[in-house]
Design a protein around this ligand. Structure first.
Ligand code: FES
Ligand SMILES: [Fe+2]
Length: 383
């Protein structure tokens, strides 16, 4: 998610002004190139393997920091096919490890929870929250074992701007990669909800549905379309990443406001695509962090984290957040049905490529950058 040498994102005021220009002129942001992506790139095992290698070699978002709010909180899941666990230590630091016991390799935990130590379910080797091997039952059976050398295997991990980043490639500099990202999750946000679900589609097909507003009228006829606009988005690039602004019709309430002092909460949704596989969206009173974990070429596990700065005592405000999320979930189901249909459509043999036009520019950027990463991988492998 490199952002070096790129311009900063527009201010809210500038985005709103650009949206008003589009409303008044019946226009939308357009990119300067279209793109044809071969259908084999959505259904080939070899391509998926290569994409997993790319994910394994990069700095990527693991989860929001608020999913690991207190010492002992952990999240364990696969990242590009590799089981990892991130845990907050007693010293407040978040660390990540390969999720495998140093005895005979069993995973120490699954999903999320809070623990005082990571204890292997097989024979009970126990690791501290800092990954050090603390105890071995019947230790006299391992006379030559040096516990100091058998802690969990660390993975580079950094907490920054409300997110936990990891990098499985020890040669990469995670701090450098994260340093120029804008602050996406403000301080004080806490976790409201997390869940994961299987989507029967390639991870890119699923991702693409979040990155354009060209389908609002047709796909979301009775959900988003009545309160938003069809094909009206502001699309910005920051490094390999993109931000797409989807205005709600309530944005008209900002027409005569002092433009230097506006809040876009409840007036638009920003969708941040953090290349390659993470989407962060703003909703009224909350944000959603979605990590797409490819399972195979036609299956994706979607990990969703809902975070908010609303205090738990503010029940009326929280109720309205959950009402809003129920509404958003209806639209998300519509997207899922379309995306899964698109995956089946790949099998029809009708298309050699999927076509992305000038309105779908954030998707074009995804494929441009993936193609560049694929070329880099080929070079590294000496092909
Ligand atoms: S495999 Fe973990 S204690 Fe044996
Ligand atoms: Fe959609």
């Amino acid at each position: 998610m490199n952002t070096n040498n790129e311009k900063q994102l527009l201010s809210d005021t500038e985005v709103v002004q650009r949206i008003f220009d589009h409303i008044d002129n019946a226009t939308t942001d357009k990119g300067n190139q279209s793109w044809k992506e071969p259908v084999d790139n959505y259904r080939s095992k070899a391509r998926l393997e290569a994409e997993l290698k790319i994910l394994q070699s990069r700095t990527i978002v693991f989860c929001p920091s608020s999913a690991l709010a207190k010492p002992g909180d952990y999240v364990a899941r696969d990242v590009a096919g590799i089981p990892l666990i991130a845990v907050r230590g007693l010293d407040g630091e978040v660390r990540a490890f390969r999720n495998a016991c140093r005895h005979r390799g069993v995973q120490l935990a699954n999903g999320h929870g809070c623990a005082r130590a990571l204890v292997c379910p097989y024979h009970g080797w126990a690791y501290g929250l800092d990954g050090s091997l603390k105890s071995i039952p019947h230790e006299n059976g391992f006379p030559d074992l040096d516990k100091a050398t058998r802690g969990l295997v660390a993975v580079a991990c950094l907490q920054s701007n409300g997110l936990v980043f990891i990098n499985q490639n020890s040669e990469e500099n995670i701090e450098h990669d994260v340093s120029s990202l804008p602050k996406l999750i403000p301080d004080g946000y806490r976790l409201l909800n997390l869940n994961s679900q299987i989507v029967k589609a390639n991870w890119k097909l699923h991702l693409e549905s979040s990155l354009e507003g060209y389908h609002i009228r047709q796909t979301h006829k009775n959900t988003f379309f009545p309160v938003q606009y069809d094909n009206l988005t502001v699309v910005e690039a920051f490094g390999e990443n993109s931000r797409v602004a989807f205005p709600y019709q309530s944005i008209e309430g900002l027409r005569h406001k002092n433009q230097t002092d506006i809040s876009v909460d409840g007036r638009l949704t920003y969708v941040y695509h953090l290349f390659p596989n993470v989407v962060i969206s703003t909703f009224p009173g909350c944000m959603q962090v979605v990590v797409l974990e490819p399972i195979d070429e036609s299956t994706t596990r979607q990990h969703s984290y809902l975070v908010s700065d609303i205090d738990e005592n503010q029940t009326a405000l929280l109720d309205s957040v959950f009402e809003g999320q129920k509404f958003a979930a209806k639209g998300a189901i519509e997207d899922l049905q379309i995306v899964q249909s698109a995956q089946r459509g790949l099998l029809s043999g009708a298309n050699e490529f999927l076509e992305f036009g000038l309105f779908e520019t954030a998707i074009v950027r995804l494929h441009v950058h993936l193609a560049r990463e694929m070329a880099r991988l080929d070079k590294t492998c000496g092909k």
